[in-house]
Design a protein around this ligand. Structure first.
Ligand code: PGA
Length: 249
């Protein structure tokens, strides 16, 4: 049985004071939560403040990116070992904004995935097609390619979550229909079954991301292959993130 996993990606929002105040509000809401996993990924500058605000809470501390190197002359980068050092448990890699705005390639994302796992971090590997790709009918080819490339050389899926985030649905208010999203999730699970094993595919948690809101979370999460959500805009306030986490209550 796959455990639901709902993650908030705070992107480049929130000062340390704002971030710890939201983290404290979430910690108060989700004190006893055991039947699902919840994560928040603040900006790097707020990681320590959020870790302190989450002390004693089951909410996982996430980061939004990590370097592909452990240390060295890499001005502006933050290594997975440094993330572990400040208490990060999970790192989001290959987010579409990293791929499309900052030029991250599948090969770079793959190096990041391998290094983060080797350093003991869990990874959320993001994949997703652009609007042009969807309209050209190559969604499954693009997403499949990103899954295969992102996981190349990864021996075990322990510690790996995949997030399917159609680029055209991120921050736009347009979300994939639950049926369309589920079809892509099913394709991803099939690819993973071929790469690893049917059992590994069955155990893999696949999140949907892209304009997830309190009013569409339940319909998405009801689909057979949608196991959680990666939430951007609606994760920035407790009043919208809490009902997404509690989508079935
Ligand atoms: P959104 O972002 O929920 O604001 O669409 C999702 C994401 O980028 O992870």
């Amino acid at each position: 049985m796959r455990k639901r996993f709902i993650a908030g990606n705070w992107k480049m929002y929130k000062t340390t004071v704002e971030a710890s105040s939201l983290a404290r509000a979430l910690a108060a809401e989700f004190g006893g939560l055991t039947d699902r996993r919840v994560m928040v990924a603040p900006p790097f500058t707020a990681l320590t403040a959020v870790r302190e605000a989450l002390a004693g809470s089951p909410i996982l501390l996430g980061a939004q990116n990590a370097a592909a190197e452990l240390e060295g002359a890499h001005t502006g980068e933050v290594s997975p070992r440094m993330l572990r050092d400040v208490g990060v448990a999970v790192v989001i890699l290959g987010h579409s904004e990293r791929r499309h705005v900052y030029g991250e390639t599948d090969a770079l994302v793959n190096r990041k995935v391998k290094l983060a796992l080797a350093e003991g971090l869990e990874v959320i590997l993001c994949v997703g097609e652009t609007l042009d790709e969807r309209q050209a009918g190559v969604t499954e080819k693009v997403v499949g390619g990103q899954v295969r490339a992102g996981l190349a050389g990864v021996a075990s899926l322990a510690g790996v979550t995949i997030a399917y985030e159609p680029v055209w649905a991120i921050g736009t208010g347009r979300n994939a229909t639950p049926e369309d999203a589920d079809a892509v999730h099913r394709t991803i699970r099939g690819i993973v079954a071929g790469l690893y094993s049917p059992a590994a595919a069955e155990a893999l948690v696949i999140q949907y991301g892209g304009s997830v809101k309190p009013d569409n979370a339940a319909a998405l999460m009801r689909m057979a292959n949608i196991d959680g959500a990666l939430v951007g805009g609606a994760s920035l306030k407790a009043e919208t993130f809490v009902p997404i986490v509690r989508f079935d209550r």
